[in-house]
Write a protein that binds this ligand. Sequence first.
Ligand code: UD1
Ligand code: CA
Length: 469
Amino acid sequence: MNWSVVILAAGVGSRMRSSKPKALHQVAGKPMLSHVISAVRESTDADVTVVVQPEHIDSEEFRAAVDANTIFASQKHQLGTADAVRSAGEAALSGDRVLVLYADTPLIDPETIANLIQASSATDADICFVTADPPPVGGLGRIVRDSDDAVSKIVEEADADESTFTLTEVNSGWYAFPGEFLRESLQNVQPAPNGELYLTDLIEMAIAAGRKVVTVAAKVPIEIIGVNTREQLAFAEVELQTRYRKHWMSMGVTLIDPATTYFGSEVEIEMDVVIHPNSHIRGNSIVREGCVIGPNSIIDNTELGRGSKFLSSFADSARIGADCEVGPFSRLRPGAVLSDGVYVGNYAEIKQSTVGSGSKIGHFSYVGNSTIGGNVNIGAGTVFVNYDGSNKNHITVGDEVFIGSGSMLVAPLEIGDGALTGAGSVVTKNVEPGTTVFGVPARKQPGNGAPHHTSENSEDASHGGESHE
Ligand code: UD1
Ligand code: CA
């Protein structure tokens, strides 16, 4: 059977009080729409059409929230959910079966989608849809059943009388229809009291026409939460974080304080990782076995190698090798790459730089646009002066180099293997391997440094710092 999927994301979302479209509001660092798409992709390979407002059809943010195989359709006027489905277009509705989902239901479980597809195929019902009891949040459509317990209609909360209002079975907004039935029925929906065309009216219409309507129970009621308000958004976040915490603990991760440990949807964490309170692991981060994170850490889009320790620090789009130590109070910015066994102490900022194995950046340093070799010691207060006002220039530091405290390394610059800079040097010219430079601007130290010099050599001093470009 040929399935297609329609996801409705064209609502005004006025209850969010936001200039951002509701479907793009994030839960666990990922737009609600993306959660729905991920769940769909896990359960079916059907084509997906997302219905959006006309001004969002070329929106980069919407594009970024879906995958390359998703098609957009636009709903000209926000006339209600039935009109939104119709706006998906003929191609989207031409399949044998059409699955309709709402973009504001981020907790949707792929298994529930699979159950819905399965029930629709097995029962051949004209409408198959998911319900939950009791309602996880307010504002949901109530399922009215007759004396034989068969569904007779869905009544929106706003239109419910007192007895309907107290019914506890509610509508998820996830439906499966034979395409032909859907296409025909959408033509006949009449406006509700508020003027909207409700998709939910199809149920009463189907019953009146003697059609078959079947319900499928959600796995857990909370799964169907529809986010209309900021409060419901926070509620969905708490629920999703609770799931992620349980999941990672079940995978062998120790959370010292689960309630203050936050995960993004796409992270990967290996076993025997220990996470201390107030820590966030998000984006496409990967944390390898045996790492210790936090307290008070943010790891975003970053890989943390086996057995590394990351204390009270931030990392964004960085790569940290095995057995590294970072923090407290350091910041790894995009492009920071630490090889194995690197030590970054406190108040260091590292950006667009590769740091070789066993190197140490212990105290308040800025390291940017550089390549640093192995077993280098970067002294306290070193600054990689990488910006000349218009360009970011590169600095290369060889292996076994010792950068004295308070050195200013002015890019572009190359410092050879085994070289040394004296405390407080302002290094503006390349430094040859094995030499020592000092002072402002830094000059080669007389009779010191170069491995091939065994005694004092005054000639070296007079050329100090000049002959190395
Ligand atoms: C809807 C259901 C309700 C159900 C609940 C589940 C209807 C009439 N009611 O109510 O029975 O319990 O969802 O969460 O369907 N949309 C459009 N175009 C429109 C209007 C809405 O694309 O013109 C989209 C919205 O962006 C949203 C979805 O459809 O993603 C649902 O609309 P919303 O206004 O949130 O409906 P609810 O009042 O929550
Ligand atoms: Ca809703």
